[in-house]
Design a protein. Structure first.
Length: 113
């Protein structure tokens, strides 16, 4: 498969997942939307595409990165949950993303990645 065609396929798959998440989330089916967004298929596709491009060592680095950053992602979600009713969506997202980035940079620097 050509390089351009491969990235078009990735774009279509990612766009399809985002479309499903948005559709179900806007239809008051937040659990189903979250299930789709967090379904291991996204990780599976990422693992398969990284493996096909670079082999097993980059896949291991990717999975380790997911394990290390997952607690920070949960902190991001807690920030959005806490600040959304008090400050609105934009402020909640900015605070959550800012905290995620700051802690991630410190952690990545500490771990020498």
């Amino acid at each position: 498969m050509g390089e351009g065609l491969k990235f078009i396929l990735y774009f279509i798959i990612g766009g399809s997942i985002l479309t499903l998440v948005t559709y179900f989330g806007s239809k008051d089916k937040g659990i189903l939307a979250a299930f789709i967004a967090l379904f291991p298929m996204v990780s599976l596709m990422s693992i398969l595409t990284i493996y096909s491009d670079a082999g097993s060592l980059p896949v291991l680095d990717y999975v380790k990165g997911l394990l290390i950053l997952t607690p920070l992602w949960i902190i991001f979600l807690l920030c959005v949950t806490y600040f959304l009713p008090k400050q609105g969506l934009f402020v909640a997202l900015v605070i959550g993303i800012t905290i995620y980035i700051i802690i991630s940079v410190l952690l990545i620097t500490y771990l020498n990645y």
